[in-house]
Design a protein around this ligand. Sequence first.
Ligand SMILES: NC(=O)c1ccc[n+]([C@@H]2O[C@H](COP(=O)([O-])OP(=O)(O)OC[C@H]3O[C@@H](n4cnc5c(N)ncnc54)[C@H](O)[C@@H]3O)[C@@H](O)[C@H]2O)c1
Length: 322
Amino acid sequence: MKIAITGVAGFIGSNLADRLIAAGHDVVGIDNLAYGVREQIPAQVDFREIDIRDRSLAGQLAGCAVVFHLAAKNCISDCQLDPIETSDINVTGTVNVFAAAQTAGVGKIVYAESSALYEGSTTLPTPEADVSPESFYAVSKLAGMAFAEAYRRFFGMRTTALRYFCVYGPRQDYRRTVPPVMSAFMIKMLRGERPTIYGSGTKRRDFIHVDDVNDFHLRCLTDERTDGNVYNLGSGTNDSVRDIYAKVAALVGFGEPPEFRPDLPGEAQETLADISAARALGWEPKTSLDVGLRSALDYIRAHVLASESTAIGAGRPARADA
Ligand SMILES: NC(=O)c1ccc[n+]([C@@H]2O[C@H](COP(=O)([O-])OP(=O)(O)OC[C@H]3O[C@@H](n4cnc5c(N)ncnc54)[C@H](O)[C@@H]3O)[C@@H](O)[C@H]2O)c1
């Protein structure tokens, strides 16, 4: 199949491109490189540097059977600072992707929502029905979701919405204003610096490895039961930020305690996915936290810190495909 990925230069999009290419598909990659990195885009991708808000997007999607729409402004604290740009990219941009896909005759759109849609929920594990967004980022995902449903209702477009929990693995975006905890801890510890924990470290997160997320992405290509449905993609278990600190410290061989700073606004105390809907299709998260953390660490050693001579253990072998 010819398949387009928006956000192909980002964390999940670039890993998805690898998987689709390995499965024999042709990949058209869309990204404006606002947050993504060109070097992360696999060489076989037919890359088009274009903004998802560009009205000529339909021309880029010609001949594509499926679009994975992943491009977004997605750092919650950045979104809080600029609700207008958040809406522009995540709502108007998403509508433009749906409109372009419809014009181009794309058969199906699989698009990224987020566990942030459950920010106000107190139900754990959280089922797909418990939508209660609070932050500007989450509200922008809710609006994108409403437009997607309207495209399905009025144009019969086949859509699948995916609510990722905390996805981790190689190429996780460590450059964000507030980087995801795992890569932030790894980079600091490998440099011999004390990582920061915002709040007390008791917040619990449901972490899911990007390989498991991609298993579900591939399933969406062939399983018609995914049409018109929404799925939580998490591991169905959760760990505290302190647990993650201890695990990463043990892997790196780092003995210092964290630095604590005040809590960040707008962050849930606990996330935990109810993954029964995804499981009912035969999907199961397979990557244990220990194995997943090693793959993320290997990537950071090989690609982020390779040139830093102060990196602890920089001489250790790194995974060739990371
Ligand atoms: N990573 C997670 O844990 C997580 C959790 C929940 C939801 N999500 C969602 O999954 C999707 C992918 O997340 P990610 O972690 O890979 O993010 P990422 O920031 O690594 O990648 C997003 C990509 O989108 C591109 N992009 C942003 N604005 C664009 C625009 N206007 N036009 C074209 N390209 C643009 C960026 O340059 C970047 O390459 C996002 O929609 C995000 O909201 C991710």
